[in-house]
Design a protein around this ligand. Structure first.
Ligand code: SF4
Length: 438
């Protein structure tokens, strides 16, 4: 019997991508074939995102398309938390489940597309590190699920629950497996990466026969000894994050901090239920740069939060000017269902949100362009992602995949994705760099 085909669409953030990888791995282990087409698929699985309204709209449109094109659809992921949200949209959906609901998804597949593989060797078709949706040379390492914070604009805790840290021994075994399989860059992700282990009271665990605490510091030291780039994402600005900077200064882990600050007006930060001492943040940034001059700081901000005045916005611009951050993302406030902040008075009009977003991004582009100009003439280590007609495209330690800049390399050398090369930088714009092999 030919193995049945399953189509899979993975929407949302890297954490959702890791969930998709787990479901795909289980499908392959059980012998199902994965197909990129609607036609001929026994059913389609859509892993949805419910973070902001734009993401919800994309998820709904994707479910609609899969129903039109195939008609047999299983929905999972963050939008599946409230299944009535989905069944209200279309009751033809076969099954609805929330994030990380691997068993439920597989149970639905078994019910609607039963298949008993003839023999076990299928197991051997699945690589030991499982099915990965990232290129072979980098991989996401999800270290925990959920979040204990209560940021008033965010519904992730209501979708993904309270913080649950994965055992550090399991994590290090998975990471070592990825490195053995050729991964050159590990991207450490979760909703609240810095809080890793707090739910276990930083319990002692074992790895390779050695005792090790379930805590971000110890995890980063151990990962840092694996000889690959280790990049940290989604850090809440806890004070103990400062302890990671010496590891970055020693290049044990990538000197890269992805740490959303969200705003700079103490009044707005209070309404967001976020740490509000901006002066302290500026002092910490200066200290980080003292310890690790090459540290690349990525942050994210929200403009148009309910109650945000011109004065609050000016404070944000002043902060950006002073902080001189390397990589910055900006969202216009989205009143997603269930966010406490929706109840706050004085919502900001959409056109004002857009104006502030444009002004904010324009300022940050100038800052980014000036910072990248300073890299001209320097020699950068570049991890190759892609081979092109003119040479290759890659990233420095300061560029996370999919969200930061790239390095465009002109060369005749035969390079491969995953190669690490030295590049002399010859040009720059507000996001990317250009150069030749040194
Ligand atoms: S820390 Fe992040 S995931 Fe947690 S509530 Fe705040 S914004 Fe949401």
């Amino acid at each position: 019997m030919h193995p049945p085909k399953v189509g899979f669409i993975s929407l949302g953030c890297p954490k959702a991508l890791v969930d998709s990888e787990r479901i795909l791995t289980q499908l392959r282990i059980e012998g199902y074939e994965i197909t990129p087409k609607y036609k001929g698929a026994g059913l389609i699985i859509v892993n949805t995102c419910g973070f902001i309204d734009a993401a919800k709209a994309e998820s709904i449109a994707t479910i609609g398309e899969a129903l039109e094109e195939n008609g047999r659809v299983i929905v999972t992921g963050c939008m599946g938390v409230r299944d009535d949200d989905i069944s209200k949209i279309d009751d033809r959906v076969l099954s609805v489940s929330g994030p990380q609901a691997y068993e439920q998804v597989m149970a639905a597949v078994h019910e609607h597309l039963p298949y008993q593989a003839q023999h076990d060797p299928l197991q051997s078709l699945v690589p030991p590190q499982g099915i990965k949706l990232t290129p072979r040379h980098y991989a996401y390492l999800k270290i925990s699920e959920g979040c204990n914070q209560t940021c008033s604009f965010c519904i992730i805790p209501s979708m993904r629950g309270r913080l649950v840290s994965r055992p550090i021994g399991d994590l290090l075994t998975e990471a070592q497996g990825l490195v053995n399989a050729g991964v050159k860059e590990l991207l450490v992700i979760s909703q609240d990466t810095g809080a890793y282990g707090v739910d276990t009271k930083y319990k002692m665990d074992f790895w390779n026969g050695q005792p090790i605490k379930t805590r971000i510091q110890e995890l980063m030291v151990a990962l840092g000894n694996m000889g690959v780039w280790v990049r940290l994402h989604y850090l809440y600005p806890y004070p103990h994050i400062d302890k990671l900077l010496p590891l970055m200064a020693e290049n044990k882990i990538a000197p890269y901090l992805d740490i959303p600050f969200q705003h700079a007006s103490p009044r707005i930060l209070k309404l967001m239920k976020r740490p509000g001492d901006t002066d302290k943040i500026l002092k910490r940034i200066a200290k980080w740069r003292e310890i690790c001059p090459d540290v690349c700081i990525r942050s994210t901000f929200i403009v148009g939060f309910p109650g945000e005045t011109d004065e609050d916005f000016e404070m944000l611009l002043d902060f950006i000017e002073e902080a001189q951050l390397d990589r910055v993302g900006c969202f216009q406030y989205s009143p997603v269902d269930g966010a406490d902040a929706n109840e706050l008075p004085s919502p900001v009009a959409d056109e004002i949100k857009q104006q502030r977003f444009d002004q904010f991004m324009q300022l940050q582009q100038q800052i980014s362009a000036a910072k990248l100009q300073n890299k001209i003439g320097s020699i950068q280590q570049v991890l190759i992602d892609e081979i092109t007609d003119f040479g290759a495209i890659g990233r420095t330690y300061a560029d996370a995949p999919e969200i930061d800049g790239q390095v465009h390399i002109e060369t005749d050398l035969a390079l491969n994705p995953g190669d690490m090369v030295s590049v002399r930088i010859a040009g720059a714009d507000e996001y990317d760099l250009w150069g030749g092999i040194e």
